[in-house]
Design a protein around this ligand. Structure first.
Ligand code: HEM
Ligand SMILES: *[C@@H]1O[C@H](CO)[C@@H](O)[C@H](O)[C@H]1NC(C)=O
Ligand SMILES: *[C@@H]1O[C@H](CO)[C@@H](O)[C@H](O)[C@H]1NC(C)=O
Ligand SMILES: *[C@@H]1O[C@H](CO)[C@@H](O)[C@H](O)[C@H]1NC(C)=O
Ligand SMILES: *[C@@H]1O[C@H](CO)[C@@H](O)[C@H](O)[C@H]1NC(C)=O
Ligand SMILES: *[C@@H]1O[C@H](CO)[C@@H](O)[C@H](O)[C@H]1NC(C)=O
Ligand SMILES: *[C@@H]1O[C@H](CO)[C@@H](O)[C@H](O)[C@H]1NC(C)=O
Length: 437
């Protein structure tokens, strides 16, 4: 018989624990590889609103470290992280998170390991008494009938460390759960988990829970960033520039529109993954998501409609219209908005995830800057080519007012766009040619 079992038997034989049943609320996340968390609130603590509470954390073999935290956000309350210290003993590292960085050891959290804690057959058990766990960092009641907790764990070999500040890398799985702690109130035991099982009144329950695989979350983050950046930084601008590279009346219906629709689908898919990421992080607000809704909404709902309207107008009249003008400037605007939002996204992600390589926002900035220079250069190049009579100076050509109104409304309809201004006689001539079979 193991010493602990012997002790338990002895204690119960002397009737020391018969003063009342321990009421325990426990939660075993289905994705947690068998880890479980239990909570007991002594009657006295419940009535007086302060005092000790008891926690039990249990992990099967194969878990490197696991954690329980109060509240639904990293910064909400105390965190208890448990890993092996030796073959038989465990380390309890009490931590607090300030902001979105790795939580740091905090010795002011009055939490202690009780009897029954240790490693037995590879199973880690931590019986914890916490003396100031009744309120959350924000002052809220931590022991309500809708009390939020979070958990995290990482697979791996035993950590074997007594260092309470051990660096813990990203976890594999994490989650939150909410329990009714009024069901956990009972008994005045000084170690409620160290009693015979028959004296435990267990309530395995939760009101709601969320579980997130960090491995999948990591992939989703990368997919979101790549898909939206490729669409906004590379595809939208370049597919718009195709109207300048290939000025033909077939460019819009055969090249620009289908390719832009592909880019729209890519942006939409990246957006969907982003929504899923923000759900996983339980973070819906913020500038990045809101700007994202506007930019994606614009390219999905507004641009195709304006583009098609302009194309139909062009086929009837061979001229531009307000549809074309607004499509052009809104297109540039939405693409720019999406690109800027990518930068905001890096800022947003770095706050939650310090392991983003610093080179990636820099690379993003360089690519965006180059794209901007290319965009402006191509427009200037095409303008200077289509207006041979004016001095071929970029700055001049770009900012110069058009010489007369007639030219402004007559366009080179070798391209279905307002982009390349030509003398009106040329326009008439080229339109005739363009509509010949
Ligand atoms: C069915 C989809 C689309 C059609 C039929 C279409 C059609 C057109 C047409 C006719 C023009 C010439 C407008 C003018 O200058 O008067 C144009 C230009 C342009 N389109 Fe689209 N388009 C489509 C989708 C998109 C999308 C989704 C974007 C996303 C940003 C976009 C961005 C642009 C831009 C930026 C220009 C102007 C290029 C410039 O001068 O900078 N288009 N498109
Ligand atoms: C209950 O709380 C009171 C006051 O906080 C304390 O004096 C008493 O010893 C406590 N009883 C138990 C059983 O912990
Ligand atoms: C385990 O912890 C106890 C109490 O802290 C200590 O007395 C004992 O030596 C430790 N055992 C090992 C193997 O570290
Ligand atoms: C716990 O209580 C002690 C004193 O009672 C206090 O110094 C410490 O800040 C508290 N810790 C937390 C995390 O509330
Ligand atoms: C939880 O407590 C609040 C007040 O503290 C009460 O209004 C509510 O009905 C309780 N809910 C349950 C399910 O007990
Ligand atoms: C504990 O781990 C931290 C982080 O790895 C390290 O900085 C510190 O020196 C370690 N302390 C001891 C006593 O080993
Ligand atoms: C716990 O202690 C309090 C105060 O000492 C007492 O009123 C209550 O009946 C005790 N509860 C149990 C289950 O023994």
């Amino acid at each position: 018989m193991k010493f602990s079992h012997f002790l338990t038997a002895a204690v119960s034989a002397f009737g020391l624990v018969r003063s009342g049943c321990s009421q325990i609320v426990s939660h075993k996340p289905s994705e947690g590889a068998g880890i479980s968390y239990s909570i007991n609130v002594p009657q006295n603590t419940s009535t007086s609103g302060s005092g000790p509470i008891y926690l039990q954390m249990k992990a099967p073999p194969g878990i490197k470290w696991f954690a329980l935290g109060q509240g639904s956000q990293m910064t909400d309350g105390n965190m208890f992280i448990v890993y092996s210290e030796s073959e038989r003993n465990i380390t309890l590292s009490t931590r607090r998170a300030s902001g979105h960085v790795e939580p740091l050891y905090d010795s002011s959290i009055e939490a202690y390991l009780l009897d029954g804690s240790g490693v037995d057959d590879g199973v880690m058990t931590a019986n914890i008494r916490c003396d100031n766990c009744t309120t959350l960092a924000g002052g809220g009641n931590a022991l309500s009938n809708s009390s939020s907790w979070m958990w995290a764990m990482t697979h791996g070999p035993p950590l074997m460390s007594s260092n309470v500040s051990e660096t813990l890398y990203q976890h594999d799985w994490h989650g939150t759960f909410t329990v009714d702690l009024s069901q956990a109130v009972g008994s005045n035991h000084s170690n409620p988990f160290f009693v015979p099982v028959s004296d435990l009144l267990k309530f395995p329950q939760y009101i709601n829970q969320q579980q997130v695989s960090d491995t999948i979350l990591h992939k989703k983050r990368i997919a979101h960033g790549v898909m939206t950046s490729v669409a906004f930084v590379l595809l939208f601008p370049n597919f718009a520039l195709l109207l300048y590279y290939v000025p033909s009346r077939r460019t819009v219906p055969w090249v620009h529109a289908p390719l832009q629709m592909f880019a729209v689908l890519l942006a939409l898919a990246g957006f969907g993954v982003g929504v899923s990421v923000s759900k996983d992080l339980q973070e819906i607000g913020g500038y990045h998501p809101v700007i994202g809704y506007v930019a994606v909404g614009g390219v999905v709902f507004i641009q195709p409609v304006l583009g098609i309207m302009q194309h139909l107008h062009f086929r009837r009249t061979g001229t531009s219209s307000l549809y074309g003008i607004s499509h052009r400037y809104l297109g540039r605007f939405f693409a720019a908005l999406g690109i800027i939002n990518g930068g905001v996204g890096f800022h947003y992600a770095a706050a939650k995830n310090p392991d983003i390589p610093p080179a990636s926002p820099i690379a993003y900035g360089i690519i965006c800057g180059s794209m901007f220079v290319i965009y402006v250069a191509v427009i200037l190049w095409r303008r200077s080519k289509s207006q041979p009579k004016t001095p071929n100076r970029f700055g001049l050509a770009f900012f110069r007012r058009r010489p007369n109104k007639q030219v402004l409304v007559k366009y080179d309809n070798s391209s279905d766009s307002t982009l390349c201004v030509q003398p009106s006689s040329d326009v008439e001539a080229s339109r005739e040619k363009a509509w010949l079979p």
